[in-house]
Write a protein that binds this ligand. Structure first.
Ligand code: R5P
Length: 292
């Protein structure tokens, strides 16, 4: 097996290769003066299984086009099989035609990956697991929640409680709560599909007075989902509020917004490199790749 750390996940790709004790083929890349991308593999992989680690976090389109270039070229250069690890899968949230005429971007991206010659796809905490059923190739979504749970279990929290900020995340909260041996619950979230504004409400009453809370989610983008949850928890008398997410998409101002609402610490995985990416996905990726 040969690992190619893509330009958007160089460090993570190298960690995965180290975990697996497998060879790396590095990529040479630059931009032409007009902004177009130039990529070149610096080694050979004829008849080898090639794993490309390339996240598609911001800038999503640039990272995606580089990935497509890499898949197609690796196949063209004789790779036996090409597996792409996209720790964060861009466009996965646009998985339905919510309003007439909308582009179902997730399906377009899946189609492009398959047409480029991809044989296997691995991602983390995909927004809607049903999307995996749209792939014709083997597609897997792993969860980073055990790693997030382990991170918080080392903090010695006071009577911890885990909260999912919307009705799509209770399973995530359950995994983290299982590791901490504590209770969990979730909020109901409603989104205005035109303005994008969100409103959050308590699903089932819970007592968090004086307790340390961990909010867990798949993605932090604008941070507004987390801010709503932090505000509800503060009104209910929570002590310290921590936030853990898999994908730090982090639109401008997101971390400031969350800190301003009163969260004590925000951590994420390295699915997208960021200032809060303290938890590495490398061990879980390596474990998955070992399965073959
Ligand atoms: C969507 O429902 C996801 O699970 C996240 O809660 C959402 O994407 C976070 O977005 P934002 O940070 O912009 O509220």
């Amino acid at each position: 097996m040969i690992i190619v750390p893509g330009p958007s996940s160089e460090e993570l790709g190298r960690k995965v290769a180290w975990e697996l004790r497998e060879k790396i083929v590095a990529l040479e890349y630059k931009n032409f003066p007009d902004g177009e991308n130039y990529l070149r593999f610096t080694g050979e992989f004829k008849d080898e299984d090639v794993v490309i680690v390339q996240t598609t976090g911001p800038p999503q389109d640039t990272n995606l086009i580089k990935l497509l270039f890499m898949i197609e070229t690796a196949k063209g250069l004789g790779a036996k099989k090409v597996v792409a690890v996209l720790p964060y899968f861009a466009y996965a949230r646009q998985d339905e035609r919510y309003r007439p005429g909308e582009v179902v971007s997730a399906e377009v991206v899946i189609d492009l990956l398959e047409k480029a010659g991809l044989d296997g796809f691995v991602t983390f905490d995909i927004h809607n697991p049903e999307l995996l059923g749209k792939f014709k190739i083997r597609a897997t979504s792993l969860t980073a929640m055990p790693l997030i749970g382990e991170y918080f279990s080392r903090l010695n929290l006071k009577k911890p409680f885990v909260l999912a900020p919307d009705q799509e995340a209770p399973r995530r909260a359950e995994i983290v709560a299982g590791i901490l041996g504590c209770e969990h619950s979730w909020l109901d979230k409603f989104r205005d599909r035109i303005t994008g504004e969100i409103r959050s409400e308590i699903h089932e009453d819970f007592d968090v007075s004086g307790r340390d809370i961990i909010i867990v989610d798949d993605i932090i983008s604008t941070g507004k989902t987390i801010v709503n949850a932090v505000e509800i928890l503060r009104k209910k008398g929570a002590a310290n509020i921590y936030v853990g997410c898999t994908h730090p998409v982090l639109a401008p101002g997101a971390l400031e917004r969350i800190a301003g609402a009163g969260a004590k610490e925000v951590v994420s995985t390295d699915s997208i490199p960021s200032s809060i990416s303290k938890i590495s996905l490398a061990p879980l990726i390596a474990e998955e790749l070992r399965k073959g």
